[in-house]
Write a protein that binds this ligand. Structure first.
Ligand SMILES: *Cc1c(COP(=O)(O)O)cnc(C)c1O
Length: 376
């Protein structure tokens, strides 16, 4: 075994090397125009993302976190309201709810896909429920049909946290296109990353799109007249230019991630670790296009394995080590360990391996070899 192999969790320099001219010229065009706020570059990016997601509208915003906030603001969610969501997600999902003064109401995940369990949502809905935020974790759509059905029956909108899932599909339909709001992030580590922060809200609804556009400009329409209170939630032109330059490559990158996932499956199968139950591979639910923002395995002695891989120059990450119901800032919600057992065991056992499109067969093979050695 070679000791010279290094496997980062993500290698954005490798990606940049393949598209440097396109990115550089897109950035230069914005510099030449000196049109930094809104304008044609942002409008063009929104048009392209709407089309890619099969949605009528896309509204560029500052980040994925703000995409969630502005969608909840558009529904006028605030103190006294409840929003149902998953405790096993990035903080921003529940943070958006709490920042508006509303109460996050958690519902446990399914242990195989790590996405919210639709069967458990009904019991969490009360007359104070004002929205449901399911999360498409790791790049795989949650089970949207039953979620949409429950939401419709209770007359509340679905805000899909699709930050990790741009281009993912459920029964042939794109993430974000089946619900009232789809929220995307252009954080650099997502499948479609900007050169900094950025995000987008997609919707099929003309009125909701118009309200989102007002809200991101301090609730103004026309300029300097404010029927509602919003904020500065604008996507800036430099980020929009980079997103637009990268979008034509997104399907190739997602395909690269999918073939790396297949390679990991074959490599792991050959080790016997899957058959013995030592390593659990990610489950792809039926009728899904999984875009593998993360390839997450499930193992015993996870933290020791992670340290061993680090010693051997392999990057990994834990998404996420503490489920949200047990975060210090949410102590006021009164949860205790055991409340959401599937989320808690996932937080203890999951480990994301490098899956970025430029990962080589040699690197993937090395990661698996290290894991075999660790459990030997
Ligand atoms: C990345 C992410 C966000 C937040 O996106 P930012 O652009 O970093 O603000 C929200 N939810 C999930 C599930 C994410 O992965």
């Amino acid at each position: 075994m070679s000791n010279k192999i290094t496997v980062p969790l993500l290698d954005l320099k490798a990606q940049y090397a393949t598209i440097k001219e396109e990115i550089d010229s897109a950035v230069h065009a914005v510099l030449e125009s000196q049109y930094f706020i809104m304008g044609p570059t942002v409008a063009e990016c929104e048009k392209q993302i709407a089309e890619y997601c099969n949605c009528a509208h896309a509204v560029g915003v500052t980040s994925g976190s703000d995409a969630l906030i502005i969608a909840l603001m558009a529904e006028e969610i605030g103190p006294g309201d409840e929003v149902v969501t998953s405790p096993y997600t990035f903080f921003a999902t529940a943070g958006a709810i709490a920042r508006l003064g509303a109460k996050p109401v958690f519902v446990d995940i399914m242990p195989d896909t790590y996405n919210i369990d639709p069967v458990k949502i009904e019991a969490a809905v009360t007359e104070r429920t004002k929205a449901i935020i399911p999360v498409d974790l790791y790049g795989q759509c949650c089970d949207l049909d039953p979620i949409v059905e429950i939401a419709k029956r209770h007359g509340v909108p679905v805000v899909e946290d699709a930050a990790q899932a741009i281009g993912a599909e459920y029964k042939g339909r794109r993430a974000g296109s089946m619900v009232e709001y789809g929220c995307f992030s252009f954080f650099p580590s997502k499948n479609l990353g900007a050169g900094g922060d950025g995000g987008m809200v997609v919707t099929q609804d003309d009125d909701r799109a118009a309200k989102l556009k007002m809200l991101r400009m301090h609730g103004s329409k026309p300029k300097y007249y404010h029927p509602i209170i919003g904020g500065n939630f604008r996507l800036d032109a430099m980020q929009a230019a980079i997103v637009s330059a990268k979008l034509p490559h997104l399907d190739d990158w997602s395909a690269g991630r999918q073939s790396n996932a297949e390679r990991y499956r074959k490599l792991f199968d050959a080790t016997g670790l899957v058959q013995s139950g030592t390593v659990k591979l990610p489950m792809v639910a039926p009728e899904r296009r999984h875009i593998y923002n993360q390839f997450v395995i499930r193992v015993a002695r996870r933290d020791e394995l992670r340290a061993y891989l680090k010693e051997n120059n392999s990057g990994t990450e834990v998404y996420y080590p503490v489920p949200l119901h047990l975060q210090e800032c949410f102590a006021y919600l009164g949860h205790k360990p055991g409340d959401f057992p599937h989320s808690e065991s996932a937080a203890n056992e999951t480990l994301a391996l490098p899956i970025y499109p430029e990962l080589t067969g040699e690197q993937a093979g090395y990661v698996v070899e290290c894991i075999v050695r660790f459990y030997a």
